[in-house]
Design a protein around this ligand. Structure first.
Ligand SMILES: [Fe+2]
Ligand SMILES: [Fe+2]
Length: 418
C-alpha cells in the first residue's frame, strides 16, 4: 500500500468514527429495535449470495442498496451505519482464506458511511425540502449512496494504482443504470416491507433473485458472443495481412450506413457483428491466392469467390450465430442478380448483405489493392453512382453517397485534400 492510500484510508476511518459519534449524539432516546437485527441478517444473507454483475464495467450492483432502503427510511443514520457495516460482511472470503484485512475494513467503512450519510440526507430532504414525499426522498438517498460509495471506491482504486480497465464515461453510464434499477427495486422493497410485512418483503427478494438469474445468464451469453466474434477477427487478420483491419473498418461503416438507413438498434447490432466476421471463410482459401499481388486468374477468382459459402458453412452449427449467417453467405450478391454464390437479386438479398456489400466495396475502393490504386472522394462517389442499381441497392447507394458528401467518412480517404 502506498503512502497516499494510507493517508486517504486513515482520514476516511477518522471521518467514519466522527460521523458514527455525531449521529449517535443526535439520537434523542437510545432504544434498540429487534427490526435492526432482522435487517442485518437479511443483508448478510444477500451479501453472501450472488450479486448483479455487469461484465462490461465490472460495476457490481448489489441488491444491498435496495434491501437497505427500507432501513434508510425507518431508522436513524446511526443505526444505518451499524446495519450497513455489519450487514455487508462476506463470509466466503473468510472461508476461502482470501481475506485482506485492510480491504475488509475499507469495505465496511465505505458501506457504513454511504448508508449513514444517505440516511442523514434522506431525513433532511424528507422533512425540509420534499414535504414528506417518500418517493422523491428515496431517490435522493439512492443517488447520495451511489455517489459516496463509488467515489470512495474510485479514489482508492486510483490511489492504489490498480489497473482501471474501463473509461470513466463507461463507468458512469453503467452506474446510472445501476442507480435506476436499485432505486426502483428499493421502492418496491420499501413498500413491500411497510405495507405487507416481513414475509412479503422476503418473497419479493426471492422473486428479484429469480429474475436476476434470468438476466445474468443473458448477459453471460452476450459476453461470450462478443468474445467469439473478437477471436474470429484475430483469425481473419492473421491469415490475410494485406487486408488487415478490413473487417473492423467494414463493421464501422456498416454501423454508419445502418443508422443512415434507419435500421433498428437490435438489427443493426446483428448486422455489425456479421460485418466483423464477414470474410471468415477466407481461412479456407489458399494462401497463394490471398497473398497474390496480381489480378487473379479466372481459376483463382473462382476459388476466392467461395469464401462467403465457406464462412457460412464454418459457422452454421453455432446456435447463437446461425440466424444471421445469411448475411455472410450473401455479402457478394449483386442487386441485379450478377453476384455470387446464389445470384439472387434485389430484395431477395437480405438487407444486412446489401448494406455489407456497399461497405465492403467502400473499404476496397478507399484502401486500394496492389493492382489498383485507392480512389479519392470524387472517384468513390462516381463509382457508387455508376454501380447503383447494378451491384448496389440504389436506395442504400444514395445513403452512402450522402454520407460521403457530408464528410462523415472523410477519414477513410487516403488523399485528404480532396
Ligand atoms: Fe468478402
Ligand atoms: Fe470483405
Amino acid at each position: 500500500m502506498n503512502k497516499h492510500t494510507k493517508i486517504f484510508l486513515i482520514s476516511l476511518y477518522i471521518l467514519y468514527g466522527w460521523f458514527l459519534y455525531y449521529t449517535y449524539v443526535l439520537i434523542d432516546s437510545f432504544t434498540f429495535d429487534t427490526e435492526i437485527i432482522f435487517f442485518i441478517v437479511i443483508l448478510i444473507i444477500l451479501m453472501n449470495l450472488s450479486m448483479f454483475y455487469n461484465y462490461k464495467s465490472k460495476v457490481q450492483t448489489a441488491i444491498f442498496l435496495p434491501a437497505l432502503i427500507p432501513a434508510i427510511v425507518i431508522f436513524n443514520p446511526f443505526w444505518n451505519i451499524i446495519i450497513a457495516t455489519l450487514g455487508s460482511v462476506k463470509f466466503m472470503k473468510f472461508k476461502e482464506g482470501k481475506l485482506i484485512w485492510y480491504k475488509f475494513i475499507f469495505n465496511r467503512v465505505m458501506l457504513g458511511l454511504s448508508a449513514g450519510i444517505s440516511a442523514y440526507i434522506f431525513n433532511i430532504f424528507y422533512v425540509d425540502y420534499f414535504n414528506n414525499n417518500i418517493i422523491l426522498s428515496i431517490l435522493i438517498a439512492s443517488i447520495v449512496y451511489f455517489i459516496i460509495n463509488n467515489l470512495l471506491l474510485f479514489i482508492v482504486i486510483n490511489l492504489s494504482e490498480e489497473k482501471q480497465e474501463i473509461s470513466f464515461m463507461v463507468y458512469l453510464t453503467e452506474l446510472s443504470k445501476n442507480i435506476f434499477v436499485s432505486y426502483f427495486l428499493g421502492l418496491l422493497l420499501y413498500f413491500s416491507y411497510t405495507q405487507f410485512g416481513k414475509l412479503f418483503f422476503l418473497l419479493v427478494i426471492i422473486l428479484i433473485y429469480i429474475v436476476k438469474d434470468f438476466f445474468f445468464s443473458r448477459i453471460q451469453l452476450l459476453n461470450s458472443f462478443t468474445q467469439v466474434i473478437e477471436s474470429f477477427l484475430k483469425v481473419i487478420d492473421s491469415k490475410d495481412h494485406y487486408t488487415e483491419g478490413h473487417c473492423e473498418r467494414v463493421a464501422k461503416y456498416t454501423n454508419k450506413l445502418c443508422d443512415a438507413a434507419n435500421v433498428n438498434q437490435r438489427k443493426k447490432e446483428r448486422i455489425v457483428n456479421m460485418a466483423k466476421i464477414h470474410d471468415i471463410g477466407k481461412i479456407y482459401v489458399d494462401d497463394e491466392i490471398l497473398k497474390s499481388e496480381d489480378v487473379l486468374s479466372d481459376e483463382e477468382f473462382k476459388e476466392m469467390k467461395k469464401h462467403s459459402k465457406y464462412g457460412y458453412e464454418l459457422l452454421k452449427d453455432i446456435d447463437m450465430l446461425n440466424d444471421d449467417l445469411e448475411i455472410i453467405l450473401h455479402h457478394h450478391e449483386f442487386y441485379n442478380g450478377n453476384g455470387y454464390p446464389k445470384g439472387i437479386k434485389e430484395k431477395e438479398i437480405p438487407l444486412g448483405s446489401r448494406i455489407l456489400n456497399i461497405c465492403d466495396s467502400f473499404d476496397v475502393m478507399t484502401t486500394g489493392r496492389s493492382y489498383k490504386k485507392a480512389l479519392n472522394k470524387e472517384e468513390t462517389i462516381r463509382e457508387f453512382e455508376r454501380c447503383s442499381g447494378k451491384q448496389f441497392d440504389p436506395e442504400l447507394a444514395d445513403e452512402i453517397i450522402k454520407l460521403i458528401k457530408n464528410g462523415e467518412l472523410d477519414e477513410s480517404f487516403k488523399d485528404k485534400n480532396i
